[in-house]
Design a binder for this molecule. Structure first.
Ligand SMILES: NC(=O)c1ccc[n+]([C@@H]2O[C@H](COP(=O)([O-])OP(=O)(O)OC[C@H]3O[C@@H](n4cnc5c(N)ncnc54)[C@H](O)[C@@H]3O)[C@@H](O)[C@H]2O)c1
Length: 325
C-alpha cells in the first residue's frame, strides 16, 4: 500500500507515520509537507532511513507537484493532516488558513479525482461544530465554527463531502477533539504549560480557566484514524474523542502536581476573542467500528510530561531561548 501523508512533519501527522511504520511492513509512506514553522523533520529523525518512508518538501496548494508525486510514487491513498492549525494565529492572520486548509484541500481532492485515489481521508476537528454548553455533538449536527481556523476546516469538510457526492470519490472524514502527546509544537496549551512550569515561569490561562476540552492522547487518535482509513464507510464522518473532559485550570494544576511545582505559578490572562467554552463529541459511530480509547488523561499527561523531560533536544531549539516561551 502506497500512502501519501500530507502534513506528516507536524504533531499528529508525525505520530501517525510512526504508527503506520510500527503496524505495517508492506507499506510505503510518502510524507508530503511544506515545512512551515510547525513542520519539523526532527519529529521523524528515528525513521528517516527506513526504506518504507520517504519525505518530499511541498505545498498542498501546488497542483503540479502534488500530481507529480501521486503519479511517480503510484499513490493509492491520501491522508490529509496538512493545515494551519493554531487558533490564535488564525485570529491575527487568517489568510494562510484559507489558502492551506480550504484551497489546499481542494487541490488534493482534484488530484485524487484525476488519479483515481482509492481512499481519501480528511483530518478535521471537533471545532467545526462550535461550542456546546451541555450535551455532545453527533456527526449529523450542523457546522457552526467560531474562529477563522475552525471556519477554514469546516470549509474543507464540506468540499470533501461534495467530492464524495458529486464525483464518487471514496472519502472519509475524522473529527477529533484536542490532542496532546509527544512532538506537539510548543505554542499549544499543554506543551506551553509543561515547558513554562519547568522554567518556574507563570502559566498563562485564558479568562478564569473554566473552558472545557476533551483531551485525547495522540496515539489513541492515530489508532482511530487508521481504523477509519481501513474500515470507515465511504462518504462518512467519524468523531474521535476520549470523553475525558477537563477545565483548563485543572489541566494546569495537574501539570504542576506532576512536576511538583506550586499552583501560585498559574496566572489568568485576557480571554481569547470568540473563545469556545466547551467542545464535546458523541463517539458511538467510531465505537461501532471497534474502537475504545486506551489512555486516560492523567496517565497520558504523565507520559507526555515525561516525554518533554526526556526530549529537551527536541523543544529547546523551538522555543528560541528560555525567554521566548
Ligand atoms: N492538534 C489537535 O489537537 C487537533 C485536533 C483535531 C484536529 N486536528 C487537525 O489535525 C491536523 C494536524 O494537526 P497538528 O496539530 O498535527 O498540526 P501541526 O500544525 O502540528 O502540523 C501541520 C503540518 O502541516 C504542514 N503544512 C502546513 N501547511 C501546509 C501546506 N500548505 N502544504 C503542506 N504541508 C503544510 C506543516 O508544515 C506541519 O507539518 C490538522 O488538520 C488539524 O486541523 C488537530
Amino acid at each position: 500500500m502506497k500512502i501519501m501523508v500530507t502534513g506528516g512533519a507536524g504533531f499528529i501527522g508525525s505520530n501517525f507515520i510512526h504508527y503506520l511504520l510500527r503496524e505495517y511492513d508492506d507499506i510505503k509512506v510518502i510524507n508530503y509537507d511544506k515545512l512551515t514553522y510547525a513542520g519539523n523533520l526532527d519529529n521523524l529523525k528515528d525513521i528517516e532511513n527506513d526504506a518504507r518512508y520517504h519525505f518530499i518538501k511541498g505545498d498542498i496548494c501546488d497542483k503540479e507537484l502534488v500530481e507529480r508525486v501521486i503519479k511517480e510514487y503510484g499513490i493509492e491513498q491520501i491522508i490529509n493532516f496538512a493545515a494551519e492549525s493554531h487558533v490564535d494565529r488564525s485570529i491575527t492572520g487568517p489568510e494562510p488558513f484559507i489558502k492551506t486548509d480550504v484551497f489546499g484541500t481542494f487541490t488534493l481532492l482534484e488530484a485524487s479525482r484525476k488519479f483515481d485515489i482509492e481512499r481519501y481521508v480528511q483530518i478535521s476537528t471537533d471545532e467545526v461544530y462550535g461550542s456546546i454548553k451541555e450535551g455532545s455533538f453527533s456527526e449529523k449536527d450542523a457546522l457552526n465554527p467560531s474562529s477563522p481556523y475552525s471556519a477554514s476546516k469546516a470549509g474543507a469538510d464540506v468540499l470533501v463531502m461534495a467530492y464524495n457526492k458529486t464525483y464518487g470519490l471514496n472519502t472519509v472524514i475524522t473529527r477529533s477533539s484536542n490532542n496532546y502527546g509527544p512532538y506537539q509544537y510548543p505554542e499549544k496549551l499543554i506543551p506551553v504549560l509543561i515547558i513554562r512550569a519547568l522554567h518556574d515561569k507563570p502559566l498563562p490561562i485564558y479568562g478564569e480557566g473554566t473552558n472545557v476540552r476533551d483531551w485525547l492522547y495522540v496515539g489513541d487518535n492515530c489508532k482511530a484514524i487508521d481504523l477509519v482509513r481501513r474500515k470507515g464507510k465511504e462518504g462518512e464522518i467519524y468523531n474521535i474523542a476520549a470523553n475525558d473532559e477537563w477545565r483548563n485550570i485543572d489541566v494546569a494544576k495537574l501539570i504542576l502536581q506532576i512536576l511538583n511545582k506550586p499552583e501560585s505559578l498559574i496566572t489568568f490572562v485576557k480571554d481569547r476573542p470568540g473563545h469556545d467554552f466547551r467542545y464535546s463529541l458523541k463517539i458511538d459511530k467510531i465505537k461501532a467500528l471497534g474502537r475504545e480509547p486506551e489512555i486516560n488523561f492523567p496517565d497520558g499527561l504523565k507520559k507526555t510530561v515525561e516525554w518533554y523531560l526526556n526530549n529537551e533536544w527536541w523543544w529547546k531549539k523551538l522555543i528560541g531561548g528560555q525567554n521566548a516561551i
